[in-house]
Design a protein around this ligand. Structure first.
Ligand code: SAM
Length: 230
């Protein structure tokens, strides 16, 4: 069965968007994964299909209603749907490559995209939504975050990356940032490819890459090295 992404959003026309191109687009066409954007407003209230209201206790902005979002979730995913229910949220646990890999190995995901000031807390509790953040910054809506999460998962699905099959050497997979890459021409604007990469000594190349990975990680992301020997 294909990996299934169901996205609850006020802007279903944003999907597949960039995911309709390149590797993810080809895989979507081939049926390796499927995408179902669902319009939350279909469950909106009254003539105007209203989905939000002012925050209890006052303050700026609007809040997505729990009854509307609850109905949208129930219509999109029956209780026996085994897929995790994720709410894109800057308050969530930050998304990691390990979590992406676990999601890609499962049946898919149900992604809820917030807008405005966020969603009524009660629907998060009642529908057991897991809040997921894509980083420590605030987006205007969850759609781009959902696209990011789906892209990261889809490229790991069997057959999507072709000869880069496992992606095991990439940044984060080994706990480190990836080493630098080079390709032709050998010299460009006075800069040459490091000699070791041109020498054909595979052990020496592996050592050089490991050393560069460590140096980059130490300089940019020392948090990734916590607990590791220098
Ligand atoms: N008032 C909220 C807060 O401070 O936590 C921010 C709401 S934000 C303007 C609107 C929506 O964008 C959120 O409900 C969420 O779905 C999405 N969003 C914003 N930043 C995000 C992030 N870093 N990761 C995932 N989703 C995000």
């Amino acid at each position: 069965a294909p990996w299934r992404a169901t996205v609850l959003t006020l802007y279903p026309e944003m999907f597949p968007g960039p995911l309709g191109h390149s590797l993810s687009g080809d895989a979507l066409t081939r049926g390796t994964w499927s995408l179902e954007p669902r319009q939350i407003r279909e469950h909106g209230l009254g003539r105007h299909r209203s989905v939000d209201d002012t925050p209890a206790g006052g303050g700026a902005g609007m809040v997505l209603r729990c009854d509307v979002l609850g109905a949208a979730i129930d219509a999109a995913a029956p209780p026996d749907d085994a897929r995790p229910r994720l709410l894109m949220s800057p308050r969530g646990r930050p998304l990691t490559q390990a979590r992406v890999r676990a999601l890609a190995e499962g049946p898919g995901a149900i992604l809820v995209c917030g807008r405005f000031e966020g969603v009524d807390e009660r629907v998060i509790e009642a529908r057991a939504l897991e809040e997921v953040s894509i980083g420590d910054y605030v987006l205007s809506g969850g759609e781009i975050a959902a696209l990011v999460l789906i892209d990261a998962c889809v490229r790991l699905l069997p057959g999507v990356m072709g000869k880069h099959a496992s992606g095991v050497e990439e940044s984060f997979e080994g706990g480190l940032l990836e080493y630098p890459h080079y390709t032709r021409p050998r010299e460009w604007e006075g800069r040459t490819i490091p000699d070791v990469l041109m020498g054909g000594n595979h052990a020496a190349i592996a050592r050089w890459r490991a050393e560069r990975s460590h140096a980059l990680t130490r300089a940019r992301r020392p948090d990734l090295l916590d607990g590791e020997e220098p």
